[in-house]
Design a protein around this ligand. Structure first.
Ligand SMILES: Nc1nc2c(ncn2[C@@H]2O[C@H](COP(=O)(O)OP(=O)(O)OP(=O)(O)O)[C@@H](O)[C@H]2O)c(=O)[nH]1
Ligand SMILES: [Mg+2]
Length: 458
């Protein structure tokens, strides 16, 4: 971390770590070399100094005038066995906003500094307790809203993702050192590194980086909600289906074609997976400017979907709807999962002669279980395709893509039998990009942008 220009300030910081507002209890965290002395100066009870780490103690917090602010429980985490790596005390006080504010102010008057967003985690990073990717995993863990998102965040927070990257970096370092060896002895015209072996090594690393990069769209979908776009001609029953899927009267339903103009969306967790259901304006050719704007938005969402439900109104002209859908499908990425949903089956009942479709009545709810089972199995398929380790963070994705690009250049130079110093340059660049992910290579701007996303007290 010697190349990191961020400050190693060793003052003692304090902040409320529980959410803002009133609660049964609130937790105030104090961390830094003076944590025991500062807390001790406002503490009435058996002294905290000299007690074991990971122990809890009952006492009172008393201000300069001898007024008791609250009775609290202090939990001690002594360096280096704390979240930050420094001495840390967690004061569990009663959850009144007034008490929280008064205790923090008293600690500040006694020598602590008010912690900035993410500063506890930043210290944990500086003290080598966690790496950058883990810190980002912790942000995701706090924000996780489904079992699948939680699993991904956990994998990152507990260092599994970082370990995979470290393995890749180690292989790259091995690669780089073989090249350096060749460089050192270049005058003697010996090739230490078997270039064929080097090419194979590069290919394997590139394949792994490509696999990680391609897991990003699924990783992002599991984290933010798998985008399921509901599309079809006006009046097909899209908004009725959205309301049914969300179990909420979210979108206006009417028998006037062209009711929905804007995108209407919301998430729902089903079977541990967060889905983001997106209702769109009915697709048709129109002269109405506002309706066209809605259709443009619908098209934009179709391009960004993971799953598309093409709704066909079974009571209308099926043939023309299928023609239109077919035309639209030409511009959809092949990775997008698509289903034909025949709606209003309650009102027609006749066999349409089309196989590979799901029949529902969005109005009565008939067939919705089959549709939901289909969505769950689609999501499981995405999960399997994504592999055990998925990229969920845009910053990591960019670094992996750049790393793979640099290594591809190196691979090409190897194939062209160019001298080792050219190749080494690209390999170093690849190493740089991968190092940025876990924070082996950092800049203060990067650290600022990461830790400012945390909440205060974390
Ligand atoms: N009989 C029957 N009617 C339905 C069904 N689903 C929707 N409808 C009716 O079809 C009409 C249009 O429904 P919407 O959900 O507003 O259709 P939409 O596709 O959102 O329409 P636009 O927003 O105009 O594109 C309404 O009168 C609904 O009550 C169904 O399964 N059976
Ligand atoms: Mg609608």
């Amino acid at each position: 971390m010697n190349n990191s220009p961020i400050s190693f300030s060793k003052d003692t910081i304090a902040a409320v770590s529980t959410p803002p507002g009133t609660g049964g209890i609130a937790v105030i965290r104090i961390s830094g070399p003076e944590a025991l002395d500062i807390t001790g100066s406002v503490w009435r009870g058996r002294p905290l100094k000299g007690r074991d780490s990971h122990t809890a103690h009952l006492g009172k917090i008393v201000d300069e005038h001898g007024n008791t602010l609250d009775e609290v429980v202090a939990t001690l985490f002594l360096a280096p066995n704390s979240y930050t790596g420094d001495d840390t005390i967690e004061l569990a006080c009663h959850g009144s906003r007034w008490i929280q504010r008064e205790i923090v102010n008293l600690l500040i008057r006694s020598g602590a500094r008010s912690a900035g967003p993410g500063e506890f985690s930043q210290r944990a990073f500086i003290n080598g307790r966690i790496d950058l990717a883990q810190a980002e995993g912790i942000v995701d863990l706090i924000a996780s809203s489904s079992r699948a998102a939680h699993r991904l965040a956990m994998m990152q927070a507990n260092g599994q993702f970082s370990r995979r990257l470290d393995e890749l970096r180690e292989r790259l370092i091995e690669f780089a050192s073989l090249l350096e060896l060749e460089l050192d002895f270049s005058e003697e015209d010996v090739e230490f590194a078997d270039r064929h072996r080097l090419s194979e090594l590069a290919d394997r690393i590139i394949a792994e980086l490509d696999r990680l990069a391609s897991s990003y769209s699924a990783g992002k979908a599991f984290k933010e909600g798998i985008p399921v776009v509901i599309a079809g001609q006006p009046n097909a029953g899209k908004s009725t289906l959205l309301n049914l899927l969300l179990e909420e009267d979210k979108a206006i339903v009417s028998d006037i074609p062209g009711t929905t103009r804007d995108i209407i969306e919301d998430t729902r967790e089903i079977d541990g997976i967060l889905f983001r259901f997106v209702d769109t304006a009915g697709l048709r050719r129109t002269d109405d400017t506002v309706e066209q704007m809605g259709i443009d938005r619908a098209n934009d969402r179709l391009r960004r979907s993971a799953i598309i439900l093409w709704i066909v109104d079974a009571t209308a002209d099926i043939h023309s709807q299928l023609e239109y859908i077919k035309e639209k499908q030409e511009s959809i990425d092949s990775e997008v999962i698509q289903h034909l949903i025949f709606n209003k089956m309650d009102a027609c009942g006749s066999d349409t002669g089309i196989s590979d479709k799901i029949c529902i009545s969005a109005k009565s709810g008939d067939g919705i279980e089959a549709l939901i089972s289909q969505l769950i199995s689609d999501a499981r398929e995405m999960q399997t395709a994504g592999g055990d380790i998925m990229v969920t963070n845009a910053r990591h994705y960019e670094a992996i893509v750049k790393g793979a690009e640099a290594l591809r250049r190196a691979r090409q130079l190897l194939a062209d039998n160019l001298s080792a110093d050219f190749i080494a340059q690209d390999v170093r660049e690849a190493l740089h990009h991968l190092g940025e992910i876990t924070g082996t290579i950092t800049s203060s701007t990067l650290l600022h942008s990461i830790f400012s996303r945390f909440c205060i007290g974390k």
